[in-house]
Design a protein around this ligand. Structure first.
Ligand code: HEC
Length: 305
C-alpha cells in the first residue's frame, strides 16, 4: 500500500514540471523540496525556509527573451511570441515569480545622435585652460574699468559759463538759479525777462548802474525797472565769459535749445578764427547793435556762413 503510494508520487514528481518561473517552494506534504532535498525533520514544515531558486534552471521566458534579442540583433524584426505590445518601461527587476509571464521587452540601444558622437570624439578643454578661464572674469572687470572715461574737465563756452555762474552769480541768484537777493532765473524766468540773447549780454555788461536806476530793461512786456544791486561785469569778465554765462543761464535755467546751438556756433567761429572774444566790452559805449554785429560772424545753425 505504502509502496504503491510512493510510486504514484514518484511518477507524478517526474512528470510534474515545476512552474518554471516560480521559486521552488517546499512541498510540505512530503517534507521535501521540489528538488527532493529533505527538510529538517525537527522543524515543522511551515517554519522551514525554502531554498532559493537554483541557478542551473533558466526560466523559459528568459530563454525566449534571449532568442528574441538575438533575432533582433540579426536584423529580424519578428517580435517574441509573448511580447506583443513591447512595453518599453517594463519593470526591469521584475521578480521571477510572476504568475503571468510578460517579460519586459528588450529596450533597443538608442541610436547615438551625431552631435553626441562628435562630443565624445572631440578634444576636451585641457586642464591648464581652466586656470585661464577662471582669470577671465577678473580680466573682464579690469578691462571694463579701462573703458570708463576719466572724469573730463568740462570744456567749451557753456562749461566756462557754468564756472562763472558758480563763482560770480550764485551768491545772489542761487546755486540753481532759484533766486536770492537777485531775481530767480530758473524755471524759464530768465527767458521771460530776456527773450533774446543780445539785450541780456548788454544788461550783464552794464549792470544796474550802467543802465541807470529807474530805467526799464529786458522785454517791455516783463516791465522790469532797474532798482539797483546788480553789478556790471564788462570790466571783470571777458566777452567770451560774459557770453558764456548768459548762454549757460539760458540753457540751464531756461531750457533753451537755441542757447545750445548758439554756444556751438560761437565755439566753432572762435575755433575758425572768425571771432575773437578775448577782449572786454566797453560798458559806457555798448549797444545791442554792437553785440549783434559781433555775433553776425556766427551762423545760427552752427554752419560757417
Ligand atoms: C550782488 C548780488 C548779485 C550778483 C553777484 C549778481 N546779480 Fe544779477 N541781479 C541782482 C539784482 C539785485 C538784480 C535786480 C537788479 C535791478 O533790479 O536793478 C539782478 C538781476 C539780474 C538779471 C535780470 C533778472 C530779471 O528777471 O530781471 C539777470 C539776468 C542777472 N541778474 C544775472 C546775473 C548774472 C549772470 C550774474 C553773474 C555774472 C549776476 N546776475 C550776479 C543781484 C546780483
Amino acid at each position: 500500500m505504502i509502496s504503491s503510494l510512493f510510486n504514484t508520487w514518484a511518477q507524478g514528481a517526474r512528470t510534474r514540471q515545476p512552474a518554471a518561473n516560480l521559486p521552488s517552494v517546499p512541498d510540505r506534504r512530503f517534507g521535501l523540496t521540489q528538488h527532493g532535498r529533505r527538510l529538517d525533520p525537527n522543524t515543522p514544515p511551515h517554519r522551514q525556509t525554502p531554498p532559493g531558486p537554483t541557478l542551473t534552471e533558466i526560466p523559459e521566458h528568459l530563454l525566449k527573451r534571449a532568442k528574441a534579442a538575438k533575432a533582433k540583433a540579426a536584423g529580424a524584426d519578428a517580435p517574441a511570441a509573448d511580447s506583443p505590445a513591447a512595453p518599453v518601461e517594463a519593470v526591469p527587476a521584475a521578480p521571477v515569480a510572476e504568475t503571468k509571464s510578460t517579460p519586459p521587452a528588450e529596450i533597443p540601444p538608442e541610436p547615438v545622435a551625431p552631435y553626441m558622437a562628435a562630443a565624445d570624439v572631440r578634444k576636451k578643454i585641457p586642464w591648464w585652460a581652466a586656470g585661464a578661464l577662471l582669470l577671465l572674469p577678473i580680466w573682464a572687470i579690469s578691462y571694463v574699468g579701462t573703458l570708463e572715461r576719466p572724469p573730463q574737465e568740462a570744456t567749451g563756452i557753456l562749461a566756462e559759463g557754468q564756472h562763472i555762474y558758480e563763482t560770480r552769480c550764485a551768491s545772489c541768484h542761487g546755486a540753481n538759479g532759484g533766486g536770492g537777493s537777485g531775481y530767480k532765473l530758473a524755471d524759464g524766468e530768465v527767458l521771460i525777462t530776456f527773450p533774446t540773447l543780445e539785450p541780456m549780454i548788454e544788461w550783464l555788461a552794464k549792470g544796474s548802474a550802467g543802465i541807470g536806476l529807474g530805467n526799464p530793461y529786458g522785454d517791455p512786456a516783463r516791465g522790469r525797472i532797474v532798482a539797483g544791486g546788480m553789478p556790471g561785469w564788462a570790466d571783470i569778465l571777458t566777452t567770451e565769459e560774459l557770453i558764456g554765462v548768459v548762454l549757460h543761464e539760458r540753457a540751464a535755467f531756461g531750457g533753451s535749445e537755441e542757447a545750445l546751438l548758439q554756444a556751438e556756433a560761437i565755439e566753432y567761429a572762435v575755433e575758425m578764427g572768425e571771432l575773437d572774444l578775448q577782449g572786454h566790452l566797453d560798458p559806457s559805449t555798448l549797444t545791442v547793435a554792437e553785440i549783434q554785429a559781433i555775433l553776425a560772424a556766427v551762423g545760427e545753425d552752427g554752419s560757417d556762413s
